[in-house]
Design a protein around this ligand. Sequence first.
Ligand code: GAL
Length: 371
Amino acid sequence: MNKKVLLSAIAAGALVLGLSACAPESVTSGDGADKGLIGVAMPTQESERWIKDGDAVKEGLEAEGYTVDLQYAQDDIPKQIEQIDAMITKGAKVLIIAAKDGTALTDQLQQAADAGIKVIAYDRLINESPNVDYYATFDNYGVGVLQANSLLAGLGVTDIDGKAVDGVTGPFNIELFAGSPDDNNTHFFFNGAMDTLQPFIDSGVLVVKSGQVTQDVVATQDWKLENAQKRMEDLLTTFYSGGDKVDGVLSPYDGLSRGIISALTDVGYAVGPDFPIITGQDAELDSVKAIVAGEQYATIFKDTRELAAATVQMTLAILAGDTPETNDSETYDNGVKVVPTNQLTPYIVRKDDIDKLLVQSGYYTADQVAG
Ligand code: GAL
């Protein structure tokens, strides 16, 4: 290396060091002219989907010249509050928030509004605040309907669109799980599913042996796999040790499904044609593999790339002083206002749908899903 090159290499190194020394933690800059800071607050890195969401939103905004402060709260409410406070202090222009707790951010959102910062609720609605400007999500009630439809279709009670198959009377033993009670999506998923399943419970085709059918009883705190596994183990011990068999489980999220599957296989349920029908959500890679392996019947695919792209578009429109595109102005009442929403479409993924929906769309490679 000649002297000139060496000197400029040292200077570049010093610049990089200098920049990173004064850059706030976790901030990554885009490559073009810096148009300003956008704060992105995600709930947890424990679930793969939020990592994909965070990465996609960050990349999309950086490609437009923004700097992104992407933070994960590890499902800790005070931590998420602290992270959002810091984004406001750093002068973020827009906040994109997937809340850990849908009702814990009222003060932060007020501070944001006072500072002229717009707020987009990402996937999960933030409740009890007038300062949620927009909401980007999927059809959450529809997700619940699709979960119920996949359970019914797996049992052979209906086709995949929910049309009853003649002459199938069961009875099939099912158990129900709901998501975390602090997540606004939980009741949309559960209501969509229960509205679809209830007629079959009423007619006796489906039997919930435990009798546990209300959201408060079947909820899973923090969406945690361990909590679902423990509840499934308890259900098996209490209601199924006399020889009755579980035929299906409504699970609202792939992480919970994996816990439920472990509880079942631990007591001897063997993968094969009689394995219970288990639903899910998020098309997490481990669960897609479980579908390939015949342990899980279906998941619900919500393309995080689409949600991220829609959110980036919303952000750009806000910053340009335009009104972002929305397609729902009725569904999402947060207790103070109905939040204008862009709702995207979820899809059922069974084994035969993996190639078309997940591989051909580039969400996963064929090698990844094959295990
Ligand atoms: C929900 C989200 C689901 C799932 C779940 C657990 O809010 O809509 O897709 O990710 O959280 O993380």
